[in-house]
Design a protein around this ligand. Structure first.
Ligand code: AMP
Ligand code: ZN
Length: 477
């Protein structure tokens, strides 16, 4: 498989460290609020990568952290503590909101068919691990103590800026938040490994450390949690593009300084979901969530379909109009699949040909938009329905769009509607509703009341609405 690697800025043949096995690490959510659908775009595209690697036969182990401590609003070492901010907003403890939003995150993932990684580890359960790695960085001369905190010394590295387009100037982010730059830092790019002199008087979570009571910086968690579960060599590290700098840059700095060798070979970054007014972000309080989509009547699969229609390395614009178009296309697709009849033998040659075409596009840097086109190619192919259904079920092992389930549901619904319209009681009710309407129009209210009473005796209640009369059968009838 050819995969774009942000580290080398080229598409490369994917070769795992150990043949047949893939270790994959995903930066998890900061659980101080709901995940927005932009965050979830990243997790959907990572999920496709994960599932496709499994589909092609790799034994994948995937690890995700849950950020429940240390992440400040600037992504560098300035601004407010995000968890503390969330706890204050909701008048709860940090651990209470962490648990609540972690559960909500996985509910959203479930609704969007995003697989739960094998290992999910909250940062707060790995503090000993962080201290061990920071101690070693101190011993090796990569970290220093200043003003009570422990910093990583970026000047000790041959190359600190590893990803394209990121410059020292980007570190001004924190300053924009109206916070003074940290004068303890020897170099502008240095970052905090351990806060001992707490920036926040009301910091809730604190731990003992060789440097005093305090709490970890944000970046150390991902290096440590990855190394704890996946060892010294990581195949793929994933995240949204905003994480490339400073977060992933700092992860590489500290991991490689600790290990003394290269750590992760492939960096997979998903571009952002934006609205017409710009980037979607939790801190701006703009919340487009999965529950909002459901409330507005969209099946979460429509959002997954919308995401798959474009490439992960292009930014994507969200609008309700785009969602409506995706829904229309998804519903049509399901209707076409529902019309296929599972009859006949599978035509192996046609099956292999279409499957190869599907794999060819995903092998080319995970081109999901062409993988969606491959679904339509199957529907148009000159082969029997049984082969088409088998292919669609096979593709859906990767795409996970509930293609077969939703087509079956649609057929079951149709059957139900047909069965009820054949029912003699239903026919009689429908006829009497018409007769009652006519009686009312002729001001024959006695007849209209007689019809209502007659149906009521049979357990049928008529409901008059602005759109006309509907009916229901009472449960105890
Ligand atoms: P957070 O919960 O803020 O730590 O972010 C969780 C994941 O969502 C990270 O991988 C981010 O890089 C990613 N992310 C943040 N904003 C967006 C966005 N607008 N579109 C896509 N991914 C995003
Ligand atoms: Zn991370």
């Amino acid at each position: 498989m050819q995969l774009y690697n942000s580290l080398t800025r080229t598409k490369e043949e994917f070769i795992p460290h150990e043949a047949g096995k893939v270790s994959m690490y995903t930066c998890g959510p900061t659980v101080y609020h709901f995940a927005h659908i932009g965050n979830l775009r990243t997790y959907i595209m990572e999920d496709i990568l994960d599932r496709y690697l499994r589909y092609t036969g790799y034994d994948v182990t995937r690890v995700m952290n849950i950020t429940d401590v240390g992440h400040l609003t600037s992504d560098a070492d300035t601004g407010e503590d995000k968890m503390l901010k969330g706890a204050k907003r909701e008048k709860k403890t940090v651990m209470e909101i962490a648990q609540f939003y972690t559960d909500k995150f996985f509910e959203d993932c479930k609704a969007l068919n995003i697989r739960r990684p094998e290992v999910v580890e909250p940062a707060t359960s790995c503090i000993d691990e962080f201290i061990r790695v920071i101690e070693s960085l101190m011993e090796k001369g990569y970290a220093y103590e200043a003003g009570g905190n422990i910093y990583f010394d970026t000047s000790k590295l041959r190359q600190y800026y590893v990803f394209h387009n990121f410059e020292e100037e980007d570190l001004a982010v924190g300053v924009r938040d109206g916070v003074e730059a940290d004068s303890n830092k020897r170099n502008k790019a240095d970052f905090v490994l351990w806060f001992t002199k707490s920036k926040f008087d009301d910091q809730e979570l604190k731990w003992n450390s060789p440097w005093g009571v305090g709490y970890p910086g944000w970046h150390i968690e991902c290096s440590c949690i990855s190394m704890k579960h996946l060892g010294e060599h990581l195949d793929i590290h994933c995240g949204g593009i905003d994480n490339a700098f400073p977060h992933h840059t700092n992860e590489i700095a500290q991991s490689e300084a600790f290990l003394g060798h290269k750590w992760c070979n492939y960096w997979f970054h998903v571009l952002h979901l934006n609205t017409n007014s710009g980037k979607m972000s939790k801190s701006k309080g703009e919340f487009l969530t999965v529950s909002l989509l459901t409330e507005k009547g969209y099946d979460p699969m429509v959002y997954r379909f919308f995401c798959l229609q474009s490439h992960y390395r292009k930014s994507l614009v969200f609008s309700w109009e785009n969602m409506d178009n995706a829904r229309l296309a998804y519903d049509k697709l399901i209707a076409r699949i529902a019309s296929l009849k599972a009859e006949g033998e599978i035509d192996q040659t046609a099956f292999d040909e279409q499957k190869a075409a599907f794999m060819r596009v995903l092998d080319n840097d995970l081109n999901t938009s062409l993988a969606v086109t491959a679904i339509y190619d199957v529907l148009k192919a000159k082969t029997n329905d049984a082969t088409k259904l088998a292919l669609l079920a096979d593709f859906d092992r990767v795409l996970c769009l509930n293609l077969i389930e939703n087509a079956e549901k649609k057929n079951a619904q149709k059957e139900e509607e047909k069965a009820s319209s054949d029912d003699p009681l239903v026919k009689e009710i429908e006829e009497l509703i018409v007769a009652r309407r006519e009686a009312k129009a002729a001001k024959n209210y006695a007849e209209a009341d007689r019809i209502r009473a007659y149906l009521a005796e049979k357990g049928v209640t008529l409901v008059d609405t602005k759109e006309g009369t509907t009916w229901r059968i009472e449960a105890n009838a």
